[in-house]
Design a binder for this molecule. Structure first.
Ligand code: XUL
Ligand code: CO
Length: 437
């Protein structure tokens, strides 16, 4: 099958010396790292919205992407052709998983039931392609941010009728995700926040959002969907402030509404940096709370203060991400979803391949680097040694609750000024750098 990308071969691993840009130089799917294949560590996914629906327009100019398979219409035939092109893409790039929003794959109808019927129809097309290709759905989601009715939010809308439309969309998106055997379902609150507090009742809006999530959880159990529910934090854009601001805000929200057992987080690099956090910060915060579920793999640009969704090509970034993922014991049922778009100037179909190759090779290198750093042990041992005073005696007594302020005062008085050692930050940075190759 080579209809839509006739000039692109199947992309294969050709080794680090390959000069052919349509090869992997580092992603060797069957190579074993820490006892597992690269393929199963990385669990790459392609995002239907960027791959098939992003025409690369920006606020200053129209779309540039050449998409010969897309006639620009809202017809079901056009939607089916996109899916055919997408599965040819997945097959040639050798990506096992994909993710979609309901409206990416199926046109919205003029009524709720027509929208549902369109989505069900496209689900049967996806089902067929999944069966013949072996590709799988990592997660599905509902687009609750594009339609004008969601101008004031979806779950957080001031209008209960809009809330009902959002609920209808969530229900049918969960249904098709379940039907397609999706590993999870994502809630990204694109407009679940506010433009201004001058007209906003924040307490109400957060409670409404919690109700939508509670009903979704109830529904999930009712239909027997076993996939994971994820919340994807993002601090702002398109709204001024989104309630799922960052990992800490999401944890607070889930705890407040008793939803922590039902959700994991899907963490995106460019959302982390928009919140003035590093990706490592967000991943570490989620991993520490046991809710690091999946990753939207992209990156921002240091000169641009918005969600630019660049393909992740920074090897330091991928090495840091994979070090946290390996330390956690792997990404589990989640994956690395390329929520990333080509630059506007990269408009040829073949650029879809170059972009994903760049991201996949960067993550393959990150994985190898992270595994080498872990095998070397110096960085992990430095952290262990830094906290050694907590490992027995007084430290243990404090942590197990058998110590008092009086005893600590007596201890402090008896030892005088504690002897302190350097944190050796730059030395450790240099050791990390030794592995970037
Ligand atoms: C938007 C974003 C979304 C979610 C899914 O910034 O990341 O595409 O990943 O709705
Ligand atoms: Co995302």
């Amino acid at each position: 099958m080579s209809e839509y990308f006739p000039d692109v071969p199947s992309i294969a691993y050709a080794g680090a010396d390959s000069r052919d840009p349509l090869t992997f130089r580092h992603y060797d799917p069957d190579a074993i790292i820490e006892g597992q294949t690269m393929r199963s560590h990385l669990r790459f996914a392609a995002a239907f919205w960027h791959t098939m629906r992003n025409d690369l327009s920006d606020p200053f100019g129209s779309g540039t992407a050449i998409m010969p398979w897309d006639d620009g219409s809202q017809s079901l035939e056009n939607a089916e052709r996109r899916i055919e092109a997408f599965f040819e893409f997945l097959d040639k790039i050798d990506i096992d998983f994909y993710c979609f929003h309901d409206r990416d794959v199926a046109p919205e109808g003029s009524t709720v039931s027509e929208s549902r019927a369109n989505l069900e129809h496209m689900a049967s097309v996806l089902e067929r392609h999944q069966a013949s290709s072996g590709r799988k759905l990592l997660w599905g989601t509902a687009c609750l941010f594009s339609h004008p009715r969601y101008v004031h939010g979806a779950g957080t809308s001031c209008s209960v009728d809009v809330f009902a439309h959002a609920a209808a969309q969530v229900r049918s998106a969960i249904d098709v995700t379940h039907r397609l055997g999706g590993g999870g379902y994502v809630f990204w609150g694109g407009r679940e926040g506010y433009s201004s507090l001058i007209n906003t009742d924040m307490a109400r809006e957060r409670q409404q959002l919690a109700r939508l999530l509670e009903m979704a959880v109830e529904y999930k159990h009712q239909i027997g969907f076993k996939g994971t529910f994820y919340i994807e934090p993002k601090p702002m854009e398109p709204t001024t402030h989104q309630y799922d601001f960052d990992v800490a805000a999401c944890l607070d929200f889930l705890r407040e509404f008793g939803l922590l057992d039902e959700f994991m987080l899907n963490i995106e690099t460019n959302h982390a940096t928009l919140a003035s956090h590093s990706m490592d910060h967000e991943l570490s915060a989620a991993a520490a709370a046991g809710v690091l579920g999946s990753i939207d793999a992209n990156m921002g640009h240091e000169h641009l203060g918005w969600d630019t969704d660049h393909f992740p090509t920074d090897i330091y970034l991928t090495a840091r991400i994979m070090r946290i993922v390996l330390a956690m014991g792997g990404i589990g049922d989640g994956g690395l979803n390329f929520d990333a778009k080509r630059r506007r100037g990269s408009f040829e179909p073949v650029d879809l391949f170059h972009a994903h190759i760049a991201g996949m090779d960067a993550f393959a290198r990150g994985l190898k680097i992270a595994a080498a750093i872990r095998a070397d042990r110096r960085l992990d041992e430095a952290i262990q040694a830094r906290y050694a005073s907590w490992d027995d005696g007084l430290g243990q007594d404090i942590m197990n609750g058998s110590c008092t302020l009086e005893r600590l005062e007596a201890h402090a008085a008896s030892i005088g000024e504690p002897s302190m050692t350097s944190g050796r930050e730059e030395m450790l940075d240099a050791i990390f750098n030794d592995f970037i190759r």
